[in-house]
Design a protein around this ligand. Structure first.
Ligand code: C5P
Length: 249
């Protein structure tokens, strides 16, 4: 069984300086860091290279959503960076997802690096059934998550990002192969914040998640390395009890 650190993604949601400090503090405990829009758009052109040089794999969470032609070109540029995961919106449809995959594979090939895992974001956890209705979606959020997850995987996505509470439903819909990456993870010892639909690392792994995105419980801890190690213990414990349905692509 792989080291639990390959399942842990630290969300670096802060300034460039903070992100570098957190990444340094967590070295060895997590294989991955997540770079979202804010950090990426902060305009340090070398930010990805810096994390890669520190030995991290990078989850670039830019949630691409545009016409297939645009997404293909953008994914080709991002594919050259050597990132390990890249997100797109599943609601962009099959052609857009295929274009993201194609673009990222071609870009990575041009740069001589491995292609990223393409992850499809289904329904943002900020979207309620009511908001979905407002934008013309009649199914419930969970039904829509299931539908989009299946569609995304059938269109070539390598995995899904969903709330940890949806992981078991998504796993059932997409089978054992694809990655499931879940934010909204809170160890029991973490203080409460704005995340509402939360589950523990143990529960998330037991529900079929392959990777956990954890931000503030680690980055807000006085010793991020210790906090990360505690999350790793929970991942190992969940795997030991044999409920881990992982099959990382
Ligand atoms: O600090 P925290 O653990 O809440 O960070 C979770 C990370 O996952 C943040 O970067 C947040 O933007 C992201 N995320 C989320 N819920 C989603 C999708 C992404 O919390 N549905």
């Amino acid at each position: 069984m792989k080291n639990p650190s390959e399942a842990l993604i630290i969300a670096l949601d802060g300034t460039i300086d903070q992100a570098m400090d957190w990444a340094q503090a967590c070295q060895g405990a997590a294989d991955w860091v997540k770079v979202g829009m804010t950090l990426f758009y902060a305009q340090d052109p070398h930010i990805i290279e810096k994390f890669l040089a520190m030995g991290y794999r990078v989850f670039l969470d830019l949630k691409l959503h545009d016409i297939p032609h645009q997404v293909e070109s953008a994914a080709a540029i991002l594919g050259k960076l050597g990132v390990g995961m890249l997100t797109v919106h599943a609601s962009g449809g099959p052609d857009m997802i295929r274009a993201a995959k194609r673009g990222s594979v071609n870009g990575a090939k041009d740069a001589g690096v491995g292609p990223p895992i393409i992850l499809a974001v289904t329904v943002l956890t900020s979207m309620t059934d009511e908001v979905l209705e407002q934008i013309g979606v009649e199914s419930s959020a969970l039904e829509q998550v299931k539908h989009l997850a299946k569609l995304a995987v059938e269109s070539g996505a390598d995995g899904i990002v969903c709330s940890a509470q949806e992981a078991s439903t998504v796993r059932e819909a997409i089978g054992v192969g694809p990655a499931i990456v879940t934010p909204g993870v809170r160890p029991k010892w973490a203080s409460s914040d704005d995340q509402a639909r939360i589950v523990t690392p143990f529960e998330a792994i037991s529900s079929g998640a392959t990777h956990l995105v954890v931000g503030r419980p680690i980055t807000g801890h006085k010793n991020p390395q210790i906090a990360a190690q505690e999350v790793l213990s929970e991942i190992s414990r969940a795997r030991r009890v044999g409920k881990d349905t992982r099959c990382v692509p």
